[in-house]
Design a protein around this ligand. Structure first.
Ligand SMILES: Nc1ncnc2c1ncn2[C@@H]1O[C@H](COP(=O)(O)OP(=O)(O)OP(=O)(O)O)[C@@H](O)[C@H]1O
Length: 311
């Protein structure tokens, strides 16, 4: 039975497990005077797929490095699988980590690499089975240096999921993968989740997060801009109208955030009314609203809204 119900309940309350796999409380990390992570708190339940997303430099990698035990927090508490991340003996073999750059030895073959990294994990698995899962069977005796970018990414994934760890970190897992390899990877993730694995995902492919994540923590400048289920993130936000005006046009008749090259974005909870006002105004002014689009908020819109926020 799946350990949690997908898409029901509200945020953390929708997660049935009571013991979080990850529990981060008031986490802070400073690099000298610079506070990269500020009072960050969140929990990830068993079997969840939690997406940690954010703008560039938001603090995602720093946060994950602390949870993974690679970096010490300045203050705050972190519990992973019921232990401190520094208790490597208790947690390391239960976690699989797919980094953006693994830095495998270029002279080792695919099979040797999976065998070596898998062996170091102290989890038990069949090397050839794992290689087959990521569709690298035909490359089993190929050296890492001769793999394509997408093949290397699949090898990274293979080493992270070797032995079906309880907690798996996937950092930009599908970057460089073609569509069929992406589908294969997500099918493998689905199988791991059916077996109870908990997944923490970071990605800049927002559509994937929107489709796959049970909950999303959206970071900006060291803290959460928003956190919740996809529905919570998008439904509570206003709809968006976007358009461009020719240079020298008068300002729009409704509050609009100006972007580059005469582009404007309107956030509204009264989409039809504001759209009518805007179209009537454009008609009266004899202006064309280029690239006009209007619709409910997507994660892309949420990100764009962060970018437009000077705070
Ligand atoms: N070792 C370091 N020393 C000083 N500042 C650092 C260090 N590592 C990261 N930073 C800064 O901390 C902030 C957060 O960095 P981090 O890598 O955690 O962000 P991120 O959310 O993973 O970004 P991206 O999406 O661009 O990879 C950035 O402003 C970065 O420049």
């Amino acid at each position: 039975m799946r350990p949690l119900l997908r898409g029901v309940g509200s945020g953390w309350d929708g997660v049935m497990s009571t013991t979080p796999v990850i529990d981060v409380h008031q986490l802070n990390l400073a690099y000298g005077d610079f506070h990269a992570v500020k009072d960050l708190s969140f929990r990830v339940g068993q079997g969840e797929l939690y997406a940690l997303l954010g703008t560039n430099g938001a603090g995602k990698t720093s946060t994950l490095e602390i949870i993974e035990g690679h970096r010490k927090a300045t203050s705050g508490t972190v519990s992973v699988l019921g232990h401190s991340p520094s208790d490597r003996g208790a947690v390391r073999s239960r976690m699989g980590i797919m980094l953006q750059e693994s830095g495998f030895s270029p002279d080792l073959t695919v099979r040797e690499t999976v065998g070596l990294i898998g062996g170091l994990s102290r989890r038990v698995d069949d090397v050839d089975r794992v290689i087959d899962v990521v569709d690298l069977k035909r490359k089993a005796t190929t050296r890492v240096s001769q793999l394509s970018g997408g093949e290397k990414r699949r090898l990274d994934f293979a080493t992270a999921v070797y032995g079906g760890p309880e907690l798996i970190f996937l950092d930009e897992p599908t970057t460089g993968l073609d569509i069929s390899s992406r589908d294969d990877l997500w099918r493998a993730v689905d199988r791991l989740r059916e077996d109870g694995s908990t997944i923490v995902l970071t990605t800049h492919y927002l559509e994937e997060a929107q489709q796959r994540a049970d909950r999303i923590g959206l970071m900006h400048r060291g803290t959460f801009h928003r956190e919740g289920t996809v529905a919570e993130l998008t439904q509570t936000l206003p709809a968006v109208i976007g358009f461009r005006l020719p240079a020298g046009s008068p300002p729009p008749p409704i509050p609009a955030a100006a972007a580059s090259a005469g582009a404007f974005t309107v956030e509204t909870f009264q989409l039809q009314f504001d759209l009518r006002v805007l179209l009537d105004w454009a008609h009266q002014q004899g202006l064309e609203l280029a690239d006009l689009h209007a619709g409910p908020t997507s994660l892309d819109d949420v990100f764009r809204a962060i970018g437009a926020d000077p705070a």
